[in-house]
Design a protein around this ligand. Sequence first.
Ligand code: P53
Length: 480
Amino acid sequence: MYSAKMPDGFLWGGAVAAHQLEGAWDVDGKGMSVADVMTVGSATQPREITDGVIAGKNYPNHSAIDFYHHYEEDIKLMAEMGFKAFRTSIAWTRIFPNGDDEQPNEAGLKFYDDLFATCHQYGIEPVITLSHFEIPFNLVKKYRGFTNRKLIDFFVRFATVCFERYRDSVKYWMTFNEIDNQSSYNNDFLMATNSGVILDKLTDQEKEAAMYQAAHYELVASALAVKIGHKINPDFQIGCMINYSPVRPLTPSSDDVLLADKYEQRRAWFSDVHVFGEYPNEVEAYITRNGYRPDITDEDRVVLKEGTVDYVGFSYYQSTTVSAEKVNPDQLNDLEKAVAVNPTLERSDWGWEIDPEGLRISLNHLTDRYHKPLFIVENGLGAYDKVEADGSIHDDYRVDYMKQHISEMEKAVEIDGVDLMGYLPWGPIDLVSAGTGQMDKRYGFIYVDKNDAGEGNLMRSRKDSFDWYKKVIQTNGLDL
Ligand code: P53
């Protein structure tokens, strides 16, 4: 298998999000977030988004793996693997419980002081996402989330407080997690998690129009945050974060190739705006043709130009294959409708296609498109693990998946010359799945004793992949 040493300073580590592991959902003044009103689902059953917290329902994020009270032990285990960086998010509702509060909650700020200090104690660099699927529920209810321009101010206030407080303890930031997920505007879960909008009673066209509006306000909020962040500390590296999936045409036909291009344009415009500070022609034309009139002011356009990002952070899980037999390229709106099954790829137990070469292709596409440093801030395999009688967990399928992906990543750096900051696979410790709310969809090198029903003693233990990843980091990627 191909392998190469990564450049000095390469950030090996892992990535999580506050709501998926902290638990302590109503502790020390924390408010209710959109993640707190999502029930447990499964591979086939979507999570229900309830109108507030309803007694008797199972909300897995409420207690998660109780990282809030276990972080010292957990960071120590990550340090044992040799982590150079740890990506997490700051739960917006720990800092501004209702989102529109005038003053931040000191207890919430203090928690992250302690967490970041623990990371630094082990030489681990925190990498922080400001908004990762955990918008205050009050902003969802009272303002209809990011469809309301007022949300820009609330987000910027939150970002500014974080930048000032953690000026000397955090260098790497990202504004909105997987901001491009909402291109699937027909998916209620993705709209709620990205933008805090619940659109169930609207027509498809109204949903799409609302998505363009919400995304625009987020992009303006992000650009303002980048500007302010750089003033607070010029050494800050502030990136965007997208869910990148290279698009493969099912056949070499012109229609399939064009559809793949259209699909890419309709997703990549989010990062285009983040990086270039302006909307690409295709999307401007599309919005106009459809009669959507988002509120985009001249002043907004200036802000977008002034607040462009320093790097492009992205998650990579799978590629996307499209077929013009499903939809004519000129009629592409709902992206999901174009997707075809790729007959050459295997799938995970949750139906996610496994495509290691897609990671190398992604790194090349993004480099050619943006000419910016890239940062892989998520990648991994969600799988069922089996605990043996002696407590060991032989997750060779996970090691196999990661080996192949890291090998492709190393080709991109060594052969293709990609400027890559680091590799932070998803969920180094088992946590609540965002998509399904399950605990048993596991990504970790560290096992946590808790299941979908919420049972377990929360004990942490090392899977076989733990020692394997430790060796990869020790050899800076040479020994896979
Ligand atoms: P889970 C959808 C598509 C791709 C990535 O996902 C996604 C989602 C939302 O489920 O989410 C990212 O937990 C996200 C993480 C999430 C991870 O991928 O559904 O940034 O919060 O946990 C994996 O298996």
